[in-house]
Design a protein around this ligand. Structure first.
Ligand SMILES: [Zn+2]
Ligand SMILES: [Zn+2]
Length: 324
């Protein structure tokens, strides 16, 4: 539900129901801004739409950083966070385009973390792309990713699949979706999904595990680069998802991705409750990948099920400032 915050006579905050825009599904989460207006004047939330989770060709999306920002401008987004896997390489190009088109571009990165046997994704927001320790670790991860891409192709060849490394689409951060696209382009499978189901998914014949860092290292890298760490799409984790959020919070997590294209409304409700209990920022994004996930729309998610507003950007900034 949309909310407005106001102060009562004692200076305590209470929530006022506000108008819900037509067609909006999945509520707007409004962080409580601590800069209060004088009593009796309601402080309107900054409800400009943003998207804080999007991929480009730098990792496993299909739009260039400039094209992604152009799409964000067409969708009327006030801000956009680039969150390519293990890579900050799209930020400069996106920022140049963002300045031209009036879209604020936030630096972000999505890290794969091995946590108690699960693959947990951690989003680092507001990091300094030039901070050396983070940049060096990301470069190392990419070398490992490229080696993994080679091993997957070798495994497919050993299984009799006609594919070579040169068939993969160009990318700075190689992943399974690139191999999947090559399999589709060569008509070996009919969809990216089929490529994962038949060959590339966890436990499938051409699966090769990815080198990962642990959660403590990921949080330290993000914080060391001046950023804040948010657990991505916990709804996609195992039934331990809520326990995992608690465990990461104990390690210094800053936020939880509540709004996500693949989250059910029940998952959003529970994650929102948990974030409030643990004092974490509630964030969200579509997890846009262009043609690699054609049912997910930038800024709107799957069938309009994601809505994130600029208040979340402000809350992340406040959290980052408090850490420095
Ligand atoms: Zn992810
Ligand atoms: Zn993602």
């Amino acid at each position: 539900m949309n909310t407005l915050w106001t102060d009562d006579a004692r200076g305590a905050c209470r929530m006022l129901p506000a108008h819900e825009p037509a067609g909006a599904r999945g509520g707007v989460r409004v962080r409580h801004a601590h800069a209060h207006a004088p009593a009796s004047r309601a402080v309107a939330a900054d409800e400009r739409r943003v998207d804080l989770h999007a991929h480009t060709v730098v990792s496993d999306g299909t739009l260039t950083p400039a094209q992604l920002v152009q799409l964000a401008a067409r969708k009327g987004l006030a801000a956009l966070a680039l969150t390519d896997h293990d890579h900050l390489g799209g930020i400069d190009e996106a920022r140049r385009e963002g300045e031209r088109l009036g879209v604020e571009v936030l630096a972000g990165v999505e890290l794969s973390v091995a946590h108690r046997g699960e693959d947990v994704h951690v989003l680092g927001y507001l990091v300094d792309p030039r901070e050396e320790r983070l940049a060096a670790r990301l470069a190392q991860l990419r070398v490992e990713r490229a080696a993994r891409g080679r091993r997957i192709v070798e495994r497919l060849q050993a299984l009799g699949v006609d594919i070579r490394l040169e068939d993969l689409p160009p990318a700075q951060s190689v992943g399974r979706p690139h191999v999947a696209r090559a399999l589709v382009d060569k008509r070996i499978v009919s969809s990216v999904q089929e490529a994962f189901e038949r060959w590339l998914g966890d436990g499938r014949p051409a699966f090769v595990p990815k080198a990962k860092m642990d959660a403590a290292e990921a949080l330290a890298l993000v914080h060391g680069a001046g950023g804040v760490a948010v657990v991505a799409h916990p709804g996609l984790l195992s039934e331990r998802r809520y326990a995992i959020v608690r465990e990461l919070a104990a390690l210094g997590l800053d936020g939880v991705e509540v709004e996500h294209s693949r989250h059910t409304s029940e998952e959003r409700r529970r994650l929102r409750e948990l974030a409030r209990e643990l004092g974490l920022v509630e964030t969200g994004g579509s997890d846009f990948h262009g043609e690699n996930k054609p049912d997910v729309d930038l800024g709107y998610g799957h069938g309009g099920n994601v809505r994130v507003t600029y208040d979340v950007v402000t809350a992340l900034r406040e959290r980052a400032a408090a850490r420095r």
